[in-house]
Design a protein around this ligand. Structure first.
Ligand code: TXA
Ligand code: MG
Length: 315
């Protein structure tokens, strides 16, 4: 089978400290052996990423996560409800944790998740290594939801790209900080606050996107305000009849004159899956500015608006 030969080749690369991009249900990840400092340093170099930004470690199941981080009752409940799936848990590193300190950027915590993509799980099982994997794009640019996006952004800096077609969710995982007594969403994603609260039966807090002060003291540096930036500038909450010359409209729901529509039926899940590919595409069409129709700020819409606000932030 083509996939299993590819997975063997990818495992060999990873064991040798190389970088392998692989599909997850959210976006493509740029994977490296999380036990190997040199391999992790190569991720930062390939992405052009500031050293202070820690990485998510991917494992095949909860028991593999327990090798590295300390679970409490809340973590047990979230892992059984949502893993494999688009939820990242930030938890204290174990005293005997062997993960590279670079993946934690020196913090006493580590972000872990079990991805729900068959190729990602097959790779994690075959290589037998925890894989650090940020989104497989140059730092500050749009996350990749196709293998072609990875190649276009990272070129020869990545040793191998496993092609699993388009990522089904298209938005990065929800990041939930459980390293303190207050469960706090550091990055909204496909698992909504409401879904988390229904498992915890307690309020879950959400860090609202804030201004520049996060640049100096980031709690989750992926929250840097300008982070998901296409080449074109981005204008939010645009009305169909307000489009300027040089501007292309990214629509949502019914309406007219959109160059692309995230979801003509107004389906937030479909819109999330299409978001990054649509921004890539409008950039490729040479837009000076991308005008985006309003997106309802509920459920998954909150994660979409979070990414759009960052795309529109001053650079
Ligand atoms: O869906 C996803 O999460 C994708 C796929 C590939 O799994 N990965 C991803 O990784 O989005 P990345 O590196 O682009 O985003 C990781 C985020 C960053 O915002 C980082 O600051 C935060 O996780 N993070 C990682 N470790 C952390 C820690 N110990 N404490 C707080 N935030 C952490
Ligand atoms: Mg990223």
């Amino acid at each position: 089978m083509r996939d299993s030969a590819e997975i063997d080749r990818a495992s060999l690369h990873l064991a040798n400290g190389a970088l392998v991009a692989f599909p997850t249900e959210t976006v493509y990840g740029l994977g490296a052996n999380a036990l190997d400092d040199t391999a992790i340093a190569r991720i930062f170099e390939a992405k052009g990423r500031p050293r202070f930004n820690p990485l998510i470690v991917h494992v095949p199941d909860t028991s593999a996560a327990l090798d590295h981080v300390v679970f409490d009752r809340r973590a047990d409940a979230f892992a059984s409800a949502f893993w494999p799936g688009p939820l990242t848990l930030v938890l204290p590193r174990r005293a005997d944790c062997r993960l590279s300190h670079l993946v934690s950027a020196g913090l006493p915590s580590c972000a872990v998740r079990v991805p729900a993509h068959p190729l990602a799980l097959a790779l994690l099982e075959a290589c037998g290594l925890p894989l650090a994997a940020p989104s497989a794009n140059r730092s500050g640019t749009i996350s990749p939801t196709l293998a072609a996006h990875v190649r276009a952004s990272l070129g020869e800096k990545v040793d191998m790209v496993l092609d699993g077609g388009p990522c089904p969710l298209g938005l990065e995982s929800t990041i939930l900080d459980l390293s303190t007594p207050t469960a706090t969403i550091l990055r909204p994603g496909a698992i909504t606050r409401e879904a988390l609260e229904s498992v915890l039966e307690q309020p879950v807090f959400c860090l609202e996107p804030s201004g520049q002060d996060e640049e100096t003291a980031p709690r989750s540096p992926g929250r840097l305000l300008s982070h998901y930036a296409p080449r074109a500038t981005v204008r939010l909450n645009a009305r169909d009849d307000s489009i300027q010359p040089g501007e292309l409209l990214l629509g949502f729901g019914e309406g007219h004159g959109a160059t692309l529509n995230l979801s003509p039926t107004g389906d937030l899940r479909e819109a999330a899956a299409n978001l990054f590919a649509a921004l890539h595409c409008l950039d490729d069409l040479g837009a000076d500015s991308i005008a985006v129709s309003p997106i309802p700020d509920t459920g998954l819409g909150r994660a979409i608006n979070d990414r759009l606000r960052r795309a529109a932030a001053p650079r």
